[in-house]
Design a protein around this ligand. Structure first.
Ligand code: BGC
Length: 368
């Protein structure tokens, strides 16, 4: 009897764990809103495919994330989807590889590692191009001449995040020609490319922290930009854009007219500020699609199927192999397409269901 019970129990446990391969989802932070959504979408997609999934957020601390990843490994995870904080993640990725665990770099490259093969993200160079295109449009820059130039100041994202370099270089690929012909003047540190490391560090925002950007903007307004009126600010994402706008609003000079500020992420608050004219543009990256694609990728790798990610292109096929360069090897990087959002097409993310996790589903953005 006892034996039969044990056999039945074993069968039941086996039954429960059948089809329950675990995927560990490691997200970097919650102070930038998107990641909460990324985590939730990843988990939902993994569970839809009958995986057991757990998501952890690391509060911008790589040690915390490494512990979370180690715990996934202890729990027997077969795949990890990692949005990392900095290159300190490489040691746990190595452990995962030793255990034969599939690692997918999510949105951000895992730098300085040769221990994984897949990366899924957006076309981050294009994100920057769109930010600059928004500014060119806002300032009508193609019509501006050196006789009456426009003034801009530059911000970049965290120097610990590979994306920050692509965003910046994409933006500068559009702005540099206008700087060259004297129509656009950079106030403050003026790197032309992220490879100008000293100046890039001066405009970078450690940890994508809003207070850091706000303080730097206040400092610029009181010093380098004291004797000019800024027409634009290149801001790398919405969280930082709003901090920069806050600093400008506290300066009497900008009470009538704020500079045209760029952004990224289509955060609800920024969408409302684009509507009211306080922020000029954002870049919509449909992270629900990114999460779905990442789980499809994990699923196909785990099942040893042919990789086929709908709506994504391989970076090397569009001349952007560099996006997949970890510093130690070039991984397969799949890119989704970002979309420029201004006052004219605020409905795009709303219609895509991007705010479906809100009670109002983003309706105030499109309400008249
Ligand atoms: C992401 C952005 C985000 C930023 C700060 C970047 O790696 O691509 O969407 O705004 O990190 O979290």
């Amino acid at each position: 009897m006892k034996k039969l019970f044990l056999v039945l129990l074993c069968l039941a446990v086996a039954g429960l764990s059948f089809g329950q391969t675990m995927i560990g989802l490691a997200m970097p932070e919650t102070h930038v809103l998107r990641w909460t959504k990324d985590g939730a979408s990843l988990k939902a997609n993994a569970e839809k495919l009958k995986y057991k999934a757990e998501v952890q957020y690391a509060d911008g601390n790589q040690n915390t994330q490494n512990q979370q990843i180690q715990s996934f490994l202890t729990q027997g995870a077969k795949a990890l989807v990692i949005g990392c904080i900095n290159n300190g993640v490489a040691s746990v990725v190595r452990e995962a590889a030793r255990d034969g665990v599939v690692v997918i770099a999510y949105d951000r490259i895992i730098p300085n590692s040769a221990d994984y093969d897949y990366y899924i993200t957006f076309n981050n160079f294009k994100v920057g191009q769109l930010q600059a295109q928004g500014i060119v449009e806002a300032l009508n820059l193609t019509k501006v001449t050196a006789a009456a130039p426009k003034y801009i100041t530059l911000f970049a994202g965290s120097p610990t995040d590979g994306n920050a370099f692509f965003f910046f270089d994409g933006a500068m690929s559009v702005l540099n020609p206008h700087i060259d012909r004297g129509a656009l003047i950079v106030v403050g540190p003026a790197p032309r490319y992220s490879t100008d490391t000293a100046n890039f560090q001066r405009i970078a925002t450690e940890g994508w922290q809003a207070p850091v950007a706000k303080r730097r903007m206040e400092d610029l307004l009181n010093n380098a930009a004291r004797n000019v009126t800024l027409d634009a600010v290149l801001a790398p994402n919405d969280t930082l854009a709003r901090a920069i706008i806050e600093a400008c609003k506290a300066d009497a000079k900008y009470r009538g007219k704020l500079p045209a500020v760029s952004g990224q992420d289509a955060e609800f608050e920024s969408m409302m500020m684009i509507k009211s004219g306080e922020q000029y543009m954002t870049v919509f990256k449909d992270t629900a699609k990114l999460a779905e694609a990442a789980i499809t990728l994990a699923d196909q790798i785990l099942k040893k199927q042919q990789i086929n990610i709908k709506g994504a292109v391989l970076a090397r096929n569009v001349g952007l192999a560099n996006i997949g360069n970890t510093g130690l090897k070039t991984v397969n990087a799949y890119l989704l397409d970002p979309i420029l959002i201004t006052k004219k097409n605020l409905d795009v993310p709303v219609k895509a269901g991007f705010y479906n996790d809100r009670a109002d589903k983003g309706a105030p953005i499109t309400a008249k």
